[in-house]
Ligand binder design. Structure first.
Ligand SMILES: NC(=O)c1ccc[n+]([C@@H]2O[C@H](COP(=O)([O-])OP(=O)(O)OC[C@H]3O[C@@H](n4cnc5c(N)ncnc54)[C@H](O)[C@@H]3O)[C@@H](O)[C@H]2O)c1
Length: 458
């Protein structure tokens, strides 16, 4: 059963702007789950929805970490910063990485966590422990779904690095297992907690951009040096994906925040995607310039076009532009744009134009809008750690919802939806950019108002 939420559990904007309110404007209010259009077919559910389902309250959240490479080891100290959070177990196929992680915990004056490094499936032993409430998975992409499924089947809530899964079947499996086991499966999309993203979200939901029309998100990050490093990504797993799939390999950093602006799964939904890639030249050019002729990387053929561009249409007719490029020289950007009938925001660098106050045809000063910051940035952030503090705020909020017994900001439906372009863009590109339908992972509940990242302070 869908849990009835007290009004206080929903932010003001959630009630005003999403779900029932948005649906009412379109004459859709009250449409029962399952009564959507015929093309919205979905596989039979194996359990009840997890939308709006609160965590059980935890006095202490006990975390097991699987994968303590670059990302896992940078998140570990942030978990330790949080009150009422303990790291009880760590796992990695590298015994050295596990030792380093365990040492980092002990050096903070905490008990040594249990250690697992006996091969690729030792994570199953970590997940069988009864002192783990939440599993954090920071392993190569191909491991995300197998690990998250075992976590939930062992009674753990699970937070997964980006993307959640790499095929549509995997994403449905995660939705089904989450619903069956009543465990949350969360895409830990840190970019949803960026200061600019949360301020735009608040302003969008307060109506400052008018009716929302389109947005853009991206992962534009020159990773060439890291992709070819012999030591950075374990076994160079990340470059291997560029030999396997022509797709948007990292959709959630760009899509998560824009989906939140547009109330996706809370009044709107992603309907279809069409994708194109440029030629694949960047990695081969880097190899030519930097690698000796006997390097094994010369055996590789790169399938992933350098830039993959997608257009996504929503049920309400809005459009999202999504871009992925990690193979060319350029400064970092996630684009992060939103256009409504009353104005526009564009990031990198942040700039804004709003009517009626803005000077026509000129950008206004983003700093002038600091009063619209989300409460996490006004009262908690930025906090320690990387990525400008958003990693910490994401974990702070996650721990808060688990301590207080609130629903998570990001549920399995958001997580699956934001990750789906990984597989769907590949399918579209394979079919000469034909439009590909998005699965409705909510099974018709996408109009239902429920908590999201535009949270009210509890
Ligand atoms: N959200 C972000 O900002 C952000 C930033 C960086 C990376 N990431 C994500 O984090 C994940 C990890 O990336 P990374 O850069 O840390 O890569 P990495 O190669 O540095 O780390 C992955 C770790 O997983 C371990 N591993 C591999 N298979 C395993 C198995 N079967 N059992 C246990 N451990 C296993 C490896 O030994 C390695 O230590 C990826 O999904 C990546 O996309 C997210």
């Amino acid at each position: 059963m869908m849990v009835e939420l007290p009004r206080s559990a929903l932010s003001r904007r959630t009630l005003l702007r999403s779900g029932a309110a948005a649906g009412a404007g379109l004459g859709l209010a009250g449409l029962a789950p399952g009564a959507a259009a015929a093309q919205d077919a979905w596989p039979a559910a194996k359990g009840e929805t997890m939308m709006g389902v609160p965590f059980e309250a935890h006095e202490v959240v006990r975390v097991g970490i699987i994968g303590v490479g670059n990302r896992g080891s940078s998140m570990l100290p942030l978990f330790l910063e949080l009150d009422g959070v303990a790291i009880t177990a760590v796992c990695d196929t590298s015994a050295e990485a596990v030792e380093r992680a365990a040492r980092a915990v002990v050096e903070q004056g905490r008990p040594e966590p249990a250690k697992y490094s006996a091969g690729e499936h030792d994570f199953e032993n970590l997940l069988a422990r009864d002192d783990v409430d939440f599993a954090y998975i920071a392993t190569p992409w191909e491991w995300h779904t197998p690990m998250a499924v075992v976590a939930m089947r062992n009674g753990k809530h699970v937070g997964v690095e980006c993307p959640l899964g790499v095929t549509v079947d995997e994403l449905w499996e995660l939705v089904d297992v989450s619903e069956q086991t009543r465990r949350h499966c969360i895409q830990l999309e840190n970019c949803c907690y960026g200061q600019n993203e949360l301020r735009v979200l608040r302003m969008a939901h307060d109506g400052m951009f008018g009716d929302l029309l389109h947005g853009a998100g991206a992962y534009l990050h020159d990773l060439r040096e890291l992709l070819f490093s012999k030591t950075y990504y374990a076994g160079q797993w990340r470059r291997a994906w560029h030999t396997k799939l022509n797709a948007d390999l990292y959709p959630t950093h760009g899509l998560g925040p824009v989906a939140a602006y547009l109330d996706v799964n809370r009044g709107d939904r992603l309907v279809r995607i069409t994708s194109m890639s440029t030629p694949a030249l960047g990695l081969a050019a880097y190899r030519q310039e930097h690698l000796p002729p006997d390097d094994p990387a010369w055996q590789e053929r790169y399938a992933k076009g350098d830039a993959t561009m997608s257009l996504i249409q929503t049920e309400q007719g809005r459009v999202i532009h999504l871009v992925h490029d990690v193979s060319n020289g350029r400064p970092y950007s996630r684009l992060n744009q939103l256009q409504g009938t009353k104005g526009v925001f564009e990031d990198y660098p942040p700039r804004i134009y709003l009517e009626p106050t803005g000077t026509p045809h000129e950008w206004g000063n983003w700093d002038d809008y600091a009063e619209h910051d989300h409460w996490l940035w006004k009262e908690v952030g930025p906090g320690p750690g990387g990525h400008g503090g958003m990693d910490y705020l994401m974990l702070y909020r996650l721990a808060q919802t688990m301590h207080l017994g609130l629903p998570p900001d990001i549920d399995v439906y958001d997580s699956a939806t934001w990750s789906a372009p990984f597989a769907l863009s590949a399918r579209s590109i394979e079919q000469n950019s034909a439009p590909v339908d998005f699965p409705d992972f909510t099974r018709g509940r996408w109009r239902t108002p429920h908590p999201g990242t535009d949270s009210a302070k509890p």
